[in-house]
Design a protein around this ligand. Structure first.
Ligand code: SAH
Length: 222
């Protein structure tokens, strides 16, 4: 576990423990993933008025018409990434910073891109408050990726696009994986792509899902 992550008072720690038990009961078995959920204080990443609900397994509004995904969804995506600890990860859609904070516990370095200025700055300062030092938040259109820091061992897209943005596949390392929700609005599938060659990928569908829009050059129009 990354040292120095400030986890908040005991009452929240108990609620967090219950959330982890709930995730385990729901089928999450990767012990590193469960430990990350136990370590990250979700209540410090949601709006103050919603802190009391932070450890329920539900999405919550984070302002700017966006939502922090339900913990079970974040857990399923994180588990699907099969992280070992050494990875360079690209996240599209920083939002609250929660998924990034979870990933900070499980991979070496997280590059996260958010298109809404207010969310980029709020999540950046929340991650600072938590003492997370291996996440860097950029403001921009994540559907273009961030070629300057490619290749990435993992890419996770946390907003739903009509199709997988091409640049993100191109920035995957050989053997790397991309996880994200794609398809028509209201009928998205959580997809995992694995890069097996220069122009070869395998594709798996992990299940149906529902996310806010991925908006940008290679996503939905604004
Ligand atoms: N991972 C976030 C999920 C937030 S919801 C969390 O843990 O809270 C999805 C986020 O994706 C929203 O904040 C939205 O503004 C952002 N988003 C949508 N399209 C984007 C794009 N093209 N580039 C970067 N961020 C985008």
């Amino acid at each position: 576990m990354q040292p120095g992550l400030s986890a908040g008072p005991a009452g929240f720690a108990l609620a967090r423990r219950r959330l982890v038990e709930h995730l385990y009961a729901g089928g999450v078995r990767d012990t590193r993933v469960l430990a990350a959920f136990e370590a990250v204080p979700r209540h410090l990443l949601v709006p103050e008025a919603l802190r009391g609900q932070a450890y329920r397994d539900t999405p919550l509004p984070i302002g700017e018409k966006q939502t922090i995904s339900a913990p079970a969804v974040v857990a399923a995506m994180t588990e699907a990434m099969e992280l070992e600890g050494h990875e360079q990860v690209l996240e599209i859609g920083t939002g609250s910073g929660y998924q990034a904070a979870i990933l900070s516990q499980l991979a070496a370095r997280i590059v996260s891109i958010e298109r809404i200025p207010k969310l980029a700055s709020t999540s950046r300062s929340a991650l600072d408050t938590l003492g997370v030092t291996n996440v860097i938040v950029y403001l921009g259109d994540g559907t273009q990726g961030r070629p300057q820091e490619a290749p990435y061992d993992r890419v996770v897209v946390t907003a739903g696009g009509p199709e997988i943005p091409r640049p993100l596949l191109g920035q995957l390392a050989m053997g790397g994986m991309l996880v994200g929700p794609f398809g028509p609005r209201g009928k998205q599938e959580l997809v995992r792509m694995r890069r097996t060659g220069q122009t070869r990928f395998t594709r798996e569908v992990l299940g149906p899902c529902q996310f806010v829009d991925l908006i940008g050059e290679n996503g939905w129009a604004a």
